[in-house]
Design a protein around this ligand. Sequence first.
Ligand SMILES: Cc1cc2nc3c(=O)[nH]c(=O)nc-3n(C[C@H](O)[C@H](O)[C@H](O)COP(=O)(O)OP(=O)(O)OC[C@H]3O[C@@H](n4cnc5c(N)ncnc54)[C@H](O)[C@@H]3O)c2cc1C
Length: 220
Amino acid sequence: MQAALHQVLAVRPLSPLAYLLRRERGALEFQPGQYVRLALPGLPAQREYSVYSAPGEPFLELLIREMTGGLLSPRLRRCRPGEALEVEGPFGEFLLREDDPGGAFLFVATGTGIAPFHCFARSYPGLDYLLLHGVARSAELYGAADFDAGRILPCLSREQVGREQGAAFEGRVTDFLRAHPPAAERLFYLCGGCDMIYEIFAILRRRGVPAERIFAEVYF
Ligand SMILES: Cc1cc2nc3c(=O)[nH]c(=O)nc-3n(C[C@H](O)[C@H](O)[C@H](O)COP(=O)(O)OP(=O)(O)OC[C@H]3O[C@@H](n4cnc5c(N)ncnc54)[C@H](O)[C@@H]3O)c2cc1C
């Protein structure tokens, strides 16, 4: 596939390490849940990023966490408006099965794995879902205000849950699911690191959830 050149519009920091990279949409058409592959001219690294914004928006936004010592994510953070990005895609099958009679979705994200769910929530108003967002500390709850308050449950693994966090769970997303087993007839979407995904897959399978009802996007 031929890479298209898109201009960076803005880089907005969300926390000491995470940022939103907004760039031109160009002619790119994508479905919620898909990702693109990015590179910078002259840098020998291509990396995948889920689309954070919705297909109806005039720009394309990506939520990126800078990996210390990483090849691309620290450099993307320093992009200036007008700088060119090489973009391939869209790719991926992490798409909502909207016609499923099982109804409510359970979404589970760790860290920037919230990106495709942000795109789902913006793309499908009235969607019936609960999102568990696992992070170490509340400063990493990126974009939480963009979700309906009753539909997102932060799970904080390294911070005590105080009153300022509102409804939140103290522990990892896996702890939450062990303590609160979900109904097996839901559709389950998991996005983030492979350790979390393997662990939740095993929890759900033990609860009798058929593998066909579990969808995963593995970031690393
Ligand atoms: C389909 C897909 C979608 C992705 N979407 C996103 C996204 O929306 N936002 C995002 O920030 N990243 C996303 N990633 C991860 C991203 O592609 C890069 O791996 C990440 O930005 C690090 O690239 P780098 O060149 O800076 O680091 P590298 O030079 O590749 O080295 C970084 C090291 O950290 C590991 N690593 C990568 N990501 C993480 C992480 N989040 N936490 C801990 N360790 C990690 C890698 O395995 C590697 O060992 C996605 C990956 C895939 C496969």
